[in-house]
Design a protein around this ligand. Sequence first.
Ligand code: SF4
Ligand code: MG
Length: 276
Amino acid sequence: MIERSYEKFFRQNRLPHLWCPGCGNGIVMKAIVQAIEKNPTFTQDNTVIVSGIGCSSRASGYMDFDTLHTAHGRAIPFATGVKLARPELNVIVITGDGDCTAIGGNHFIHGCRRNVDLTVILFNNNIYGMTGGQASPMTPLGKKATTAPYGSVDRPFDACKLAEAAGATYVARSTAFHVQHLVKTIEDGLNNKGFSFIEALVQCPTAYGRRNKMGDPAKMMAWMRDNAVMKNSWDKLPDEKKTGDKFPIGLFYKAESVDYDTAYQKVIDAAGGGKQ
Ligand code: SF4
Ligand code: MG
């Protein structure tokens, strides 16, 4: 039997998972534990996984760390609370495109603005999966959803640009197809002291792919392979070639800036270390 060292990070008694056959969520969940495993300072006792609500947010229940499965859109405030109360912990947020950029959108931009030392991984399946296939703020123009049966006319967020503009200090994108790249991207995000944001494209064959005639899960992954362009190459492309379904992946932004628990500790110290 092949020994898979990362399996110790899963709650075996909670498996099998409830995701649809061919769903990309498991690929990203596995990439997260592989990234954690690469950093020996991250242990099951000092790492907290916080998730919101939705298909991707079920991942926290399968991962054998201290975990919080919270309310819709509220993972970042819960995670901020954990980080401020226990700054020595590593706090990872798992969220979806609906969870993070619709009901949780305000928490998202303010988490970025404060540069809270969190690693936020957005599983982007371009739709609300669990709640019934509604369009999310990241559903591409023209794509169908239960709330957009003729195709969405709402312009979607580019969550990476949003995170950078709002103040995140590590911003990157990868996909469920580019697994090695995804693991490295998450690993680098975990090592950033500040708000790290990683968008991971995932195939959702059930709520998104079927409705938009994208074919089976393998075809959806081939679409990621054929349309993702590494940032270095993307930057050299003339604008007329940045068309159709093409999109960039890679590290978009990295900066050094004081993180929120360090800044807040100064307030605690100024107030007498919390002593009366
Ligand atoms: Fe995955 Fe989509 Fe099924 Fe949810 S609805 S488990 S995202 S394939
Ligand atoms: Mg979604």
